[in-house]
Design a protein around this ligand. Structure first.
Ligand code: ZN
Length: 328
């Protein structure tokens, strides 16, 4: 659900930065010097987070939300990642015993939950008052499932924090007054884009297509993790060993159950160490407020980069056309 707006947010400034040479230039064209890329830490830190619990993405025929929750939580536990946050749209619990069981499994496995609004509206499409009601409407279910655990973390649907400063500031003030902290995102690779194709290829039992999905998911993850790290280094002037600790956005989908072990292995190979959201957001960078509004949702560094018109580092986009047409 996040993908397209986030992607547009990442691509638009890149295109704007590709300036032409001056018209008066007559000398043979010299290859342009590549932009200096920021240095990155050898051992960065990341908190994994999962959105759209208890039922993210299309469910393949015959699969169950409870099966997805059980598989994800056992993989997280095997990596000592108890306390991982999942963000809940409580409307998805209504009249759905499978979804209710899935959220119970998530909690009983030692994971945490936070608020993702009742039904996932974008702040850009709703009034401040309606949006605040959406957040509040999710609270009874969060309190019921979380018990004694703190659920006062908020993830904006589509990462849209308000298209005007007035709306942005009003919702931030409401969240703060109600004891919430904002669960920011610095690393996202649009994992949503793979899940529907996976469901279609699974129905067709197309093993070659699923193998391509697995490979392209990991390639896309590696590319966008590097991009998000570089964006953060540029946006916050935090390079090398001063690299900020990160928050990664994932979705608790069927394809994620297949890929989470490989994704965790990829992160370990790249030197990542794991922490949980409250620890990561103790870093002072997360107290920074760009005091800027955007008409679309984007990541935490993206919001700073776009509002300050900073130049994005180069990256290879996802194979979106193939993902949309595969196994159709
Ligand atoms: Zn969401």
């Amino acid at each position: 659900m996040l993908g397209i707006t986030l992607l547009l947010g990442a691509i638009a400034p890149l295109a704007a930065s590709q300036s032409s040479p001056p018209a008066t230039q007559t000398a043979p064209a010299q290859p342009a010097a590549p932009p200096r890329l920021p240095r990155l830490a050898r051992h960065p830190v990341v908190a994994l987070t999962f959105d759209d619990l208890p039922s993210a993405g299309a469910l393949p025929a015959g699969d169950q939300r409870a099966r997805i929750a059980a598989t994800l939580t056992s993989e997280l536990k095997a990596n000592n990642l108890e306390g991982t946050y999942g963000f809940v749209n409580a409307v998805r619990l209504e009249n759905d015993p499978d979804a209710q069981q899935a959220l119970r499994i998530w909690i009983d496995a030692g994971m945490n939950i936070g608020n993702h609004t009742w039904s996932h509206p974008s702040l850009a499409d709703t009034t401040v008052e309606a949006y605040e009601s959406e957040i509040a409407r999710g609270e009874p279910a969060l309190a019921q499932y979380a018990g004694e655990r703190d659920w006062h973390w908020f993830r904006y649907p589509y990462l849209a924090e308000g298209e005007t400063l007035e709306k942005r500031n009003a919702v931030r003030a409401w969240l703060s007054a109600h004891g919430y902290r904002v669960a920011q995102v610095t690393l996202s690779f649009d994992d949503y884009a793979w899940n529907d194709a996976y469901g279609r290829c699974l129905a067709k039992q197309d093993a070659a297509a699923i193998a391509w999905l697995r490979q392209s998911y990991l390639e896309g993850a590696a590319e966008y993790i590097q991009l998000g790290r570089r964006e953060s280094a540029i946006a916050f002037h935090r390079e090398g060993r001063h690299e900020i600790p990160h928050v990664m956005l994932l979705h608790a989908m069927a394809f994620t159950t297949l890929m989470l072990p490989d994704l965790i292995e990829l992160l370990r190979k790249e030197g990542f160490r794991f922490a949980q959201l409250p620890k990561v957001e103790q870093d002072p960078v997360y107290a920074q407020n760009p005091d800027a509004a955007l008409p679309y949702g984007t990541s935490f560094p993206g919001l700073f980069m776009d509002s300050r018109r900073m130049t994005y580092p180069p990256f290879t986009p996802h194979p979106n056309e193939k993902l949309q047409s595969l196994c159709q």
